[in-house]
Design a protein around this ligand. Sequence first.
Ligand SMILES: Nc1ncnc2c1ncn2[C@@H]1O[C@H](COP(=O)(O)OP(=O)(O)OP(=O)(O)O)[C@@H](O)[C@H]1O
Ligand SMILES: [Mg+2]
Length: 243
Amino acid sequence: MTEIVYQLRNLAKEYAGRRVLDIDFLDIYRGEVLAIVGPSGSGKSTLLQLLNFLESPCQGTITFNGEVYHSARLPSLEVRRRVTTVFQRPLLLNRTVWQNVFYGLALRNSPEREQRARQALNQVGMLDAAHQGALSLSGGEGQRVSLARAIALQPQVLLLDEPTANLDPYNIRKIEDIIKDLNRDQQVTMVVVTHNIFQARRLAQRVAFLMEGKLIEVASNPAFFESPQDARTAAFVAGDMVY
Ligand SMILES: Nc1ncnc2c1ncn2[C@@H]1O[C@H](COP(=O)(O)OP(=O)(O)OP(=O)(O)O)[C@@H](O)[C@H]1O
Ligand SMILES: [Mg+2]
């Protein structure tokens, strides 16, 4: 039986009285890559903020590793640390590449810090740049260091918000390969938000389509792309949806 990491039930999030996310039902399986696609403003980043417990829902529950959480019962720091996010616009510290990766490990007093930092930088192909100032990196390099910083923490769940936005084909390929390796070799459960349906198709085992805060369709890959059940999904997949 497939193990379920997250169970979202009747989950809603409002900002200033406006409902931006309203998900009746979503399960996320252990070890899968789930892609979240949808137009700008459809609630993709908000969904990640709920999955990493940085925001609290105004309604409904998130069961994580079998424990039920809601607005009046949020997980402990230890539980939240099992989830790591690479944000849509990741901020690097004005330090070296090495210090950027090492910092989170030091903060957590993680064992084998040097080894983990070295391994993570190696995994993203940035070990040679360890002593370079992080703010002098190119966009793609910076994105890879952000990913290394997350990988080094060895999370159970990795949430990636537009991990290749504005990158060139070389860096897109590189980051997609890292994501695939992590999933295959370390069975990290991943939720990847992407505007790019081709990327979703390359990376994900399942795809969820969000529109105006609602889940329109969740299906496995390639069924999501080849036989979408909802007309709106079909329009989005065909590139006919203006957003
Ligand atoms: N902290 C906040 N305060 C108020 N409104 C917010 C906040 N965060 C998000 N919103 C609103 O919630 C809606 C969903 O935003 P969200 O960032 O989740 O969209 P998205 O799907 O990630 O969009 P994009 O593809 O442009 O990143 C938007 O209308 C946004 O303005
Ligand atoms: Mg977003």
